[in-house]
Design a protein around this ligand. Sequence first.
Ligand code: GLU
Length: 514
Amino acid sequence: MVNLDRPVRVRFAPSPTGGLHIGGVRTALYNYVFAKKHQGKFLIRIEDTDQTRFVEGAESYIFEALHWLGLNADESSEVGGTFAPYRQSERKAMYRQYAEQLIESGHAYYAFDTAEELDLMRKNLEEAGAKNLSYNALTRVNMTNSLTLTPEETKKRIDAGEHYVIRIKMPKKDDIRFEDIVKGKMNVHSSTLDDKVLMKSDGMPTYHLANVVDDYLMEISHVIRGEEWLPSAPLHVFLYQSFGWADKMPQFAHLPLLLNPDGQGKLSKRKAAEYGFPIFPLDWFEKDKNITIDGFREKGYLPEALNNFLALLGWHTSSDEEVFSLEHLIEVFDMERVGKASVKFEIKKAEWFNQYYIRLKTNEELLQYLKETFVKLNIKNDFSDEKLLKICNLMRDRITFPQDIYLDAKYLFELPTEYDQKGVAKNWQGEGLLFVDFCQNNLPTLKENWEGENIKHNLHDWVEQNGYKMGKVMPALRLAVSGASGGADLGMIMELVGFDNVMERITIAKKTIV
Ligand code: GLU
């Protein structure tokens, strides 16, 4: 059950370690929709305490991607808010007191073990045949920490500036229970959990400490995040209990895993590349490798299509309804209908949504896309806007991506340089050729009324009058005019390229195709 006793405040808490994985975008979307549905607040908190993984430009990339999708935060490192700062590196100073509070209350301890000592511990455990090699309630008694040292010795070491970490003290035998909105009742025995580090030797908090402290301080009511964080949840629950914040603990909702389209394994960059679809919302330039990884935006996905597609990766209504604008999603979204089972990332569905949303665009909007494509591909365009609008109208039902208006209708913009070989073999002889000749002689009679419908009517009349077979002769004329065997309405193609150009194309085809 979703608990709505407190004002809804949710957060998306990405670590700026590279391009934002599309699974993270889904998490942001669910958080956003949930917040808006319940008149709550959507926060973006940047979790950048791990300086070794910090990547320049990743934070601004995250904001750019979410703005593109319309998932704008009410509070964030970008727009600020009552609980600022929203970047953990700027909150660094406040975490220590919380770690120390846990030491005071006996829920955490100092550990002085060196890397060599930790290695030795694992080696000894391994040799003794132990499966669990972690620092935990059983092994900590043999290590160098404030539980095994006297208080005087501990203080002496700290005063001497010795390196130490602060670890959580997991109880030996305890049940950690919580109820996840998606996964249901969870019960984890503390003996399966280790004494995770809360504060590193460089004085930085780990993810666990900073995440829980900030969720508490920022009055987060629901933690909605990917299933990969489920194993961390018992520790987080235990932290809330240890701090004495149990009554302020947010409700958890762990979203189902996203799988590769073949259902094999977690959705990965490698598999996405293999299937040829993006895994990042926007193009992402990987500096160290000097490569750009494709983004959904640059591939031509519309934000409304991507949102709609992502919304259904783990959630559905009780009806078969599939089309959701962001506004509609906010109306009908129900966290309790998020499924437990992992979901395949079926990119075909994303393409389908893109086609759908493209069809909702006006010709004027499509014209803007077409002009952007000209600029991007450096295409010289001689057509008037009036003609371009007709092209948009002609192509609108045939395309998946905005750039296809141009790419799928290249023959409108340039003379064919090649001819579909299968079509040539099948249709460029006999009747087909006779009809092309016929057209060459008779098209001039239509010059004064060079309009798609009129051309089409006349072509049909000519076919009938001469007793030609439609399916044989039209493909031949289409080949001559466009070089292709299929495509948009032939009458419209002929109208758009113009009378002179059609005549030129027929002449060229007759010379070129052998
Ligand atoms: N910083 C974590 C991440 O990168 C946040 C996980 C959470 O939402 O608690 O996904």
